[in-house]
Design a protein around this ligand. Structure first.
Ligand code: PFF
Length: 444
C-alpha cells in the first residue's frame, strides 16, 4: 500500500463525488426518453427493482474492492485476486475510453446549447426548424468537436487537481448547484397548465410495452446510471479510509441517482405536454423538443440556459469519474506524474471522440451492423462492457475473494445482519440475472 495515497477530505465530499459520477447525461438525457418509450411507470418499476435487487449490492462490492486494496482497478484485482483478475481492471479502463469518446460529444453539445440558448438563436416554437438547427450543428465537422475539446479540457483540469483539491472540491460546489437548478426547473414545469398529462404519461405503467428488450434497456441503464462495471466506484472507494460505512454510502448514492432521474422526467414531460409537443422524440427530446418548449414559455430563455447548464454540470462530474480510474492506474502502477497522465489520457479520449462526432455528418453512411460509430460505442459500452464488468466483479467478490464479508464489517466494527443476503445477490442473483437478460435480448 502506498503511504502517500491521497484520501477524500470528508464523508460529504466523497458522497458528492460518487453521486456526481452517477448523476450524469444518463439521468437527464437518457432516462426520461427511455422511460417514455418503454411503458412509463412499468419501466420505472423494473428499473427500481434492479437498482434495489443488485445495483446497490454491486456498487458496495466495487467500492469495497477499492477500499481494501487502496489501489486502482488493475492493482486492486491483482492484490486481492492474483493471476488473471487484473484483466477485469484493464477491461474497465478500456470501457472508460469507449464511454468518454461519446460522452464528451454529447457533453460538448450541451455547452454549445448553453450559448445558443443565451444568444437567442433557438428562439422558435417550430420543432422542424429546431430539428434543422440541431441536425446541422451535430453534422458540422468542426464546431461540435471544438466544444468537446473545451469540455475535455475542463474535465482534465479538475482531475489534474487531484482528489481532495480537484475532484472533491468541484463536486462539493457543482452537485448542490445541480440540485437547486433541478428543483427550480421541476417546480416551473409542474406548475404549467396542462402539465399533469405529462406526469401521467411518464409515470402511468403500460405493461403492454414491456418486452425482453425492456429488461435489457433497464439493466444497461442501471449500470450506466450508477457508474457500475468499469472501476469508477472502485477507484473512488480506494481513496476512502476503512471507517466509511459502504452499504450506506452505496444506498445514498443510488437514492440520489434514482431521485434525480425521476425528477428529470418530471422536469421534462409536464412541460412537453403543456405546450403540446411530442413526448416520444427519443434522443432528440432534449435538443429539439425542449428548446421549442422553452421558446413557448415566459422567461423561457433563462430556463433554457439553466437547463443546459444543469446538463453540462451533470456531464462534467461524471466525465471526471470516468477519467480518474485510468489516471490512477498510471500513477499507482507506473509511478507516472498525475499531470502528464491526465494530459495524455485526455488527448487520447479527445481523439477517440472525433469519429464519434463525425458519425453525425461526414461519415454518417459508414455503419457496422446498422450502427454508426457513435451508436456502436454507446451500445458496446452500455449493453455489453459495463454489464460484463459488473458480472465479473460480482463473481470475484462473491466467490473468489474470501475476505469480502470480513472487510465489509470494517474489521468487526459493524454488525451486518444482511451480509448473507448481499453474498447471495453477488453469487447467484446478479450473475445469473445479468447473463439471462443479456442472452435473451441478444439471441432471443
Ligand atoms: N453515470 C453516468 C451517467 O449516468 O451519465 C455515466 C457514467 C459515469 C458511466 C461513470 C460509467 C462511469 F463509470
Amino acid at each position: 500500500m502506498s503511504a502517500a495515497r491521497e484520501h477524500w477530505g470528508s464523508r460529504f465530499g466523497f458522497i458528492m463525488a460518487a453521486a456526481g459520477s452517477a448523476v450524469g447525461i444518463g439521468n437527464i438525457w437518457r432516462f426520461p426518453y427511455t422511460t417514455g418509450n418503454n411503458g412509463g411507470g412499468a419501466f420505472l418499476l423494473i428499473y427500481l427493482a434492479m437498482v434495489l435487487g443488485f445495483g446497490i449490492a454491486l456498487a458496495t462490492a466495487e467500492m469495497l474492492v477499492g477500499r481494501s486494496a487502496q489501489r486502482n482497478p488493475v492493482g486492486a484485482f491483482r492484490i486481492l485476486g492474483g493471476k488473471g483478475w487484473p484483466l477485469v481492471g484493464y477491461a474497465g479502463a478500456l470501457t472508460g475510453f469507449v464511454i468518454l469518446s461519446f460522452y464528451i460529444i454529447v457533453a460538448g453539445w450541451t455547452l454549445a446549447y448553453i450559448w445558443l440558448m443565451a444568444s437567442g438563436q433557438l428562439h422558435t416554437t417550430d420543432p422542424e426548424q429546431l430539428n434543422q438547427v440541431f441536425g446541422s450543428f451535430v453534422a458540422d465537422p468542426v464546431r461540435p468537436i471544438a466544444y468537446s475539446a473545451l469540455f475535455m479540457g475542463l474535465t482534465a483540469w479538475i482531475v489534474a487537481g487531484g482528489i481532495a483539491h480537484g475532484i472533491e472540491r468541484w463536486n462539493k460546489v457543482l452537485m448542490p448547484s445541480l440540485f437547486i437548478i433541478l428543483l427550480v426547473l421541476v417546480a416551473r414545469s409542474l406548475t404549467l397548465p396542462g402539465g399533469m398529462a405529462g406526469v401521467e404519461f411518464y409515470l402511468k405503467p403500460d405493461f403492454s410495452k414491456v418486452t425482453a428488450h425492456t429488461f435489457y434497456d433497464a439493466i444497461a441503464q442501471v449500470f450506466f446510471s450508477l457508474s457500475i462495471g468499469m472501476g469508477t466506484l472502485l477507484t473512488y472507494g480506494s481513496y476512502l479510509s476503512k471507517n466509511e460505512h459502504l452499504p450506506k454510502a452505496a444506498l445514498t448514492v443510488a437514492m440520489i441517482d434514482t431521485g434525480v432521474a425521476v425528477l428529470a422526467g418530471l422536469m421534462i414531460m409536464p412541460a412537453v405536454f403543456a405546450f403540446g409537443f411530442n413526448p416520444s422524440a427519443g434522443p432528440g427530446l432534449t435538443f429539439v423538443t425542449l428548446p421549442a418548449v422553452f421558446a413557448s414559455m415566459p422567461g423561457g430563455d433563462l430556463f433554457g440556459v439553466l437547463f443546459f447548464s444543469l446538463l453540462a454540470i451533470a456531464a462534467l462530474t461524471s466525465a471526471i469519474s470516468i477519467l480518474e480510474p485510468m489516471v490512477s492506474y498510471f500513477v499507482d502502477e507506473h509511478a507516472a506524474s498525475r499531470h502528464k497522465t491526465v494530459i495524455i489520457a485526455s488527448l487520447v479520449c479527445f481523439a477517440l471522440g472525433i469519429p464519434a462526432s463525425l458519425s453525425f455528418g461526414l461519415t454518417a453512411g459508414f455503419t457496422i451492423a446498422g450502427k454508426n460509430w457513435f451508436d456502436l460505442m454507446d451500445f458496446l459500452a452500455n449493453n455489453i462492457m459495463l454489464p460484463l464488468g459488473g458480472l465479473l466483479t460480482a463473481i470475484f467478490v462473491g466467490w473468489v475473494w474470501k475476505d469480502a464479508v470480513k472487510e465489509l464489517r470494517n474489521q468487526g466494527a459493524l454488525s451486518l445482519r444482511w451480509a448473507p443476503l448481499w453474498l447471495l445477490v453477488l453469487r447467484f442473483l446478479a450473475p445469473l440475472g445479468i447473463l439471462w437478460i443479456m442472452l435473451s435480448a441478444l439471441f432471443g
